[in-house]
Design a protein around this ligand. Structure first.
Ligand SMILES: [Zn+2]
Length: 265
């Protein structure tokens, strides 16, 4: 798979382009174009769709890149090592430029909370124009990797240094199930962060709480689908892509209503 990040004019937002289907096979990276949230985010509908977009979205949002065409020549973005590190390195190598337009910054007036099956996800209003994310990881007693927390104020520096390198993780039981289904034939345990009862199998953690940090990485990508610079404090307890998207959709609805009210006024 070949993925190329191409400069876009101000106010374009992030737009995926399936170059193998032609230059008009585009999908804007906003919540209403999400068609799947099971283990990964899928944008668009077949044939014009791209799977596994969350880590490249996280790299763009984490580094405050508002406008970009993401060209990809296959229905799935590269998985790499399960983190956003390679995307961040590519962006740093290419450089970033300031464009002559303002980007909307937005937060909620009062806290908003969504919940699903024992998981909750909230956005609390911010007194200042910044985004802070707290994640509480807890799959239940005796389920690895155990309880972990992480709070990060998201800036391009903190994202690059503390979040981008954190990899997707899965449980040994899930890895065995994937093998049984014939998935990941060319993958060994050390290519993936797989947790057994006593910790990672054939692998070393990049941070003691790498899984909780990866969940923040996913949130940065998923919440970028609101399409604005979100401010406030996100507090997540056990949330994953489906709940993250529920919040992104709710926020986009609030934002749409606000824009409509301002237009009428
Ligand atoms: Zn992820």
């Amino acid at each position: 798979v070949r993925l190329r990040l191409v400069p876009a004019p101000a106010s374009t937002g992030v737009v995926f382009v399936r170059t193998d289907l032609g230059p008009r096979a585009t999908i804007p990276a906003v919540a209403e174009h999400v068609s799947g949230t099971q283990r990964r985010i899928t944008l668009g509908t077949p044939p014009v769709c791209v799977n596994l977009v969350e880590h490249v979205l996280a790299a763009l949002a984490g580094l405050h890149i508002d406008n970009c065409y993401v060209e990809v020549n296959a229905p799935e973005a590269p998985g790499l090592d399960g983190s956003a590190q390679a995307f961040v390195e590519a962006i740093h190598a290419a450089g970033v430029c300031l464009q002559p337009a303002r980007r909307a910054q937005w937060t909620v007036e009062s806290p908003i909370l969504v919940r699903q099956q024992g998981a909750t996800l909230a956005l609390h209003p911010a007194g200042r124009p910044e985004l802070r994310i707290s994640y509480f990881l807890d799959h239940g007693p005796f389920v690895p990797p155990g309880q972990q927390t992480q709070t990060t104020l998201i800036t391009p520096e903190s994202f690059a240094n503390e979040i981008a390198r954190c990899r997707t993780f899965l449980l040994e039981t899930e890895a065995l199930e994937f093998k049984r289904q014939g998935l990941g034939k060319n993958t060994t345990l050390s290519d993936l962060l797989v947790f057994g009862q006593r910790g990672p199998l054939h692998n070393k953690l990049r941070f003691a709480n790498e899984p909780a940090r990866h969940k923040i990485l996913d949130l940065v990508g998923d919440l970028s689908l609101v399409g604005v610079d979100l401010c406030g404090h996100v507090v997540a307890y056990r949330s994953g892509h489906p709940l993250n998207l529920e919040l992104a959709r709710a926020l986009r609805q609030q934002l749409g209503a606000l824009v409509e009210r301002q237009r009428v006024a």
